[in-house]
Design a protein around this ligand. Sequence first.
Ligand SMILES: O=C(CO)[C@@H](O)[C@H](O)COP(=O)(O)O
Ligand SMILES: [Co+2]
Length: 224
Amino acid sequence: MSSLGARIGPSILNADLSQLHEESQKLLDNGADYLHLDVMDGTFVPNLTFGHPVVKCLRNKIKDAFFETHMMVQNPAQWIEPMADAGVQQYTFHIEPVIDAVPMVCRKVREAGMKVGLAIKPGTPVDAVEKYIAIADMVLVMTVEPGFGGQKFMADMMAKVQWLREHYPSLDIEVDGGVGLGTIDQCAKAGANMIVAGTAIIRADDQAAVIRDLRRSVQSAIGQ
Ligand SMILES: O=C(CO)[C@@H](O)[C@H](O)COP(=O)(O)O
Ligand SMILES: [Co+2]
């Protein structure tokens, strides 16, 4: 994934998970650039989703899409090898539960052959992640409290995105939570280039049109 391309990665969290393969394939057929797979452990966040066995089954059905796992888990180091084995290409984990061990987790993710994404919750300041940017491929600025889809976009998170873009012009910056056609321009203007959207795409009558319009907004902001 090249730096600073506009990329749209739908979250399948609010899809019909009994139809995970079909829903995922539909998103890719409708123009998704990658799949954002939300993994929750019931401890770091008060919700449960799925783990590496389900991701592996999905990979067996979908051979060529880029899989990012958004690891909302208390112990991200625990799931690195199983997720790599399941065919994940980018392992995005929250720095909050491992704040003293971020370099070690990054190194293990890379040794397992995956890209490194560093995620921060709304209450985590951007300087908490800044010192690790050199050893990461992407920073995810959460625009809702992690744990659930369908929440309201937190516009005040745009200051973090803007700061990151000003200081790191070629960094991949992802936003996640409450992003849709009504909020994408704020994200794009602030400098996000990797866009996660769940409800806005999953519930759309015309998924392809929403994905196209999200991408256009980012492309026009970055002059692509
Ligand atoms: O990580 C999360 C929630 O914790 C997200 O990926 C959401 O699942 C995105 O869903 P919407 O907010 O776009 O509905
Ligand atoms: Co997510």
